[in-house]
Design a protein around this ligand. Sequence first.
Ligand code: ATP
Length: 301
Amino acid sequence: MELRRGTIVVGKWKGGRYRVERLLGEGANGKVYLVQKDRDWYALKVGADAVDLQSEINVLGTLAKQKGPGIEPFLFDVDDLYAPNGKEYPFYIMRYVRGTTLDAYLKQQGAQWFPLVGLNLLGKLARLHKSGWAFGDLKVENVMVADYGHVDLVDFGGVTAIGKSIRQFTEIYDRGYWNSGSRTADPKYDLFSFAVLCIQLHEPKRLHALTKELLPQNRSTLDLSGLLTSSSDLKPVAGWLKQALEGGFADAAEGAEAWRLLMHRRDTRKSSATPGWLKGLAATTSVLLAISIYWLLRNMM
Ligand SMILES: Nc1ncnc2c1ncn2[C@@H]1O[C@H](COP(=O)(O)OP(=O)(O)OP(=O)(O)O)[C@@H](O)[C@H]1O
């Protein structure tokens, strides 16, 4: 099923009219299009499986009612559409999240944005945890980043009430896959995925190799920690990530506070260190001084 640019989608039951602009992305549960209605932009998700889509809609509906701190309205319309092939598909309209996926953002803007983006992402998770939810399917593709490292989560298909079984997950980010805990939704589950996400961003090849070489029963947190200690990129946050993998933070708010302190300490250390140009200047001055003394002593003799 494909919706071309310019197609007008009309909801079968409620009659909402949306003009298709372009495909934003697609996954196992459906395709997401950028659409326009009354000059406003929205994202339209259309799926072949009504049950899967319905469970996402239920979560979004509950989140919308809850209006917890930091949970912006995300769901605007739910309906069915007739595709150009004549078949009927369920769809829903959600807020359009501007930005690029996390890995693309870091490639475009530079890895120096990683600590700030990480902190903002932990902030988003913290708000969800505070309202009694775990995100569940946290992965690179579900994190959108806009200007100045502003972070938004997409794909609420895995969002699960704390204490229930995680509804949707992706293997390498899953605590159960690494034999490191249950698949029960709790804030620590998301922090585990957050740690894997950081590894995926910096050491994708080595992480992939690990999944290939280990037998399922042998996978463990220790293997992931091993990657951390031997990665120069991850060194500054290795201790934090290890703690997250081991369930050492109660929730994302606690994790964010520790992450913030880590950033602050790094910044302080950097600013108190002697800048390169000053070191160069000092070295040149010493050489000039040595030459002057040499000439002075020679002329005196
Ligand atoms: N609200 C949105 N605004 C902008 N882009 C979005 C939005 N929702 C989804 N996308 C884009 O579409 C892609 C696929 O969407 P989504 O993850 O919801 O599909 P899915 O079928 O549930 O995927 P998965 O197989 O990962 O479960 C996302 O990775 C993202 O790039």
